[in-house]
Ligand binder design. Structure first.
Ligand code: HXC
Length: 510
């Protein structure tokens, strides 16, 4: 008996070494941690339960029959993050470059199936050379089995991918289906085809970092939702994000003890909006003053900065915040901002996370580059996302809500539950200058007359009361009371019931 136990320990020791000391050293020399070191940082100490530690591939080609390493390049199992369960798989670059074989994909599929069945989030930590070249179609099929499960789990359990090394070919499409992707600066990259293939096909010379590094994907392509300086920071932030997320679409939002005061008045908000309507101000100040303890987990903070999206808590319960940011492009809605916010709103709605929207938007961005880029379709994504969302929706208009953007930003007409406006709100088809130029086009007079018309338009329409008189705004509120109003409304809406008509699935304008 004792010998058998000893053998088990020995087998475990060998499996834990992965590709061996030489490869572990090489991994560290690249500035990366190993799969097991990453798991240790992500999970609560001692909570990891490994599954399939001894699985080996059955490849018979190119000498692979003599090269078997227990675990086959991916560590799988489950554990807890601040006491709440998650499933995970972490590719082990020290074993065949973390490449995916049939056996490797079956290990991932097993934890994917368990996570879905048990209603628990799943985290993938990727660091891989892609399909195991020696296996051919078995590896391709293995990837498709992962994609299929990612798709079925979408909207049922949160799925997050950490890109912590190279990821090409099959290793980019699974992340792209998941809810959030985070990268590590300078050690991770993602592309469908690498620099070598790019050079052959297009004759373009590009480095891996230029083609698919963290900077590219967080600022240009928006494929990734955030980037961190190293593995340790990335995993610490992942723990923070997981705390905000429900376990599944039926579990309800997590609730943490809140040390903040519900009725906290913020007098500084009374002077946040400048007297000059064309002056910017930082919408983040409002978000931070409303959310519990000023704690916001921003998503895609380096992309489409004209809109802020992120998770916070109010009275200890998770809330999704969406806010136009007048500091960038005057907070206008363009294609990028619309796509960014639409995906976030849909995530919140999938997982029953209430949405609080702060509005200061001068409209959609005009111009050929936007129209040619499909602004109509991208703007419609955000419109669609808000319109179909059945979670509690609370909206506060701080200043401009012009034109179509007024409709889109969680207006009353899109089933907003509580729609507030500050006294500084300007709810109109457009700004006064543009309006006067159109209304008085044929009779436009001298500067004095124009100024008079402009004043008249401002007085008549650029305020919250026209909308409030019609019930499109439920209440005009004092800015300093915003947190109190939002918190009280959210508490009342906890048992909100609203269902959309039955359908197989919708047809959002992609
Ligand atoms: C088998 C692989 C491998 C792979 C790496 N290795 N990728 N083994 N299949 N796909 C092995 C290497 O042979 C090496 O083994 C070890 O892993 C470490 O790799 P290095 O090349 O030494 O590391 P590095 O210099 O850091 O380069 C990493 C890399 C490079 C950029 C990922 O290895 C690379 O280009 N690999 C091939 C990438 C690729 O083309 N994959 C196929 C994608 S197509 P030894 O024993 O020598 O140390 C795909 C199709 C799926 O995935 C599509 C589904 C939709």
């Amino acid at each position: 008996m004792r010998d058998i136990i000893k053998e088990l320990e020995e087998r475990r020791r060998v499996a834990r070494l992965g590709g061996g000391e030489k490869y572990i050293e090489a991994q560290h020399a690249r500035g990366k941690l190993t799969a097991r070191e990453r798991i240790d940082l992500l999970l609560d100490p001692g909570s990891f339960e490994e599954i399939d530690m001894f699985v080996e591939h059955d490849g018979q080609e190119f000498g692979m029959q003599d090269k078997k390493i227990p675990g086959d390049g991916v560590v799988t199992g489950w554990g807890t993050v601040n006491g709440r369960p998650i499933y995970l798989y972490a590719k082990d670059f020290t074993v065949f470059g973390g490449s995916l074989s049939k056996a490797h994909s079956k290990k991932i599929n097993k934890v994917q199936d368990m996570a879905l069945r048990n209603g628990v989030p799943i985290i993938g930590i990727l660091d891989s050379g892609g399909a195991r070249i020696q296996e051919g179609v078995d590896a391709l099929g293995g990837y498709a089995e992962v994609f299929q499960r990612n798709t079925l789990a979408s909207g049922v359990i949160p799925q997050i991918t950490m890109i912590m090394g190279p990821c090409a070919g099959g290793d980019v499409y699974s992340p792209a289906i998941t809810d959030f992707i985070f990268m590590v600066r300078n050690t991770s990259y993602m592309f469908v085809t690498g620099p070598g293939v790019v050079k052959t096909v297009t004759n373009e010379e590009v480095t891996a970092e230029e083609l698919g590094g963290a900077k590219v994907h967080t600022t240009k392509s928006s494929v990734a939702d955030g980037a961190y300086d190293n593995d340790v920071e990335a995993l610490a932030e992942l723990r923070r994000l997981i705390d905000f997320l429900p376990l599944s679409n039926t579990s309800g939002v997590p609730e943490q003890p809140s040390f903040d005061i519900r009725d906290r008045a913020e007098d500084a908000l009374d002077t946040l909006v400048p007297d000059n309507p064309n002056m910017p101000y930082d919408m983040m100040e409002l978000v931070k003053k409303v959310v519990d303890e000023g704690d916001l987990f921003e998503i895609q903070k380096d992309f489409a900065k004209n809109i802020i999206v992120g998770f916070g808590r109010i009275e200890g319960r998770s809330v999704g915040f969406v806010a136009n940011q007048p500091m960038t492009l005057a907070g206008v809605l363009d294609s990028d901002a619309s796509r960014k916010a639409a995906r976030f709103v849909r995530f919140c709605d999938c997982f029953d996370i209430p949405i609080v929207t702060f509005v200061d938007v001068p409209g959609f961005l005009p111009g050929t580059s936007q129209e040619y880029g499909g602004l109509i379709k991208h703007g419609a994504k955000l419109l669609f996302a808000y319109a179909e969302a059945t979670v509690p929706k609370i909206t506060v208009i701080t200043r401009k809500a012009y034109g179509g953007a007024y409709d889109v930003m969680a207006s009353k007409h899109l089933r907003g539950d509580m729609n507030y406006a500050w006294p500084t709100a300007e709810i109109a088809v457009m700004g006064a200058k543009g309006a006067v130029e159109i209304i008085f086009r044929s009779s436009i007079g001298n500067d004095e007359e124009i100024a008079e018309h402009t004043r008249e338009y401002e007085e008549k329409f650029l305020n919250p009361f026209v909308a409030a008189e019609r019930g499109y705004i439920d209440e005009v509120i004092q800015p300093h009371n915003t947190r109190r109003r939002v918190a009280r409304s959210l508490a009342l809406l906890r048992n909100k019931e609203l269902e959309n008509p039955w359908k197989k699935h919708d047809n959002i304008p992609l």
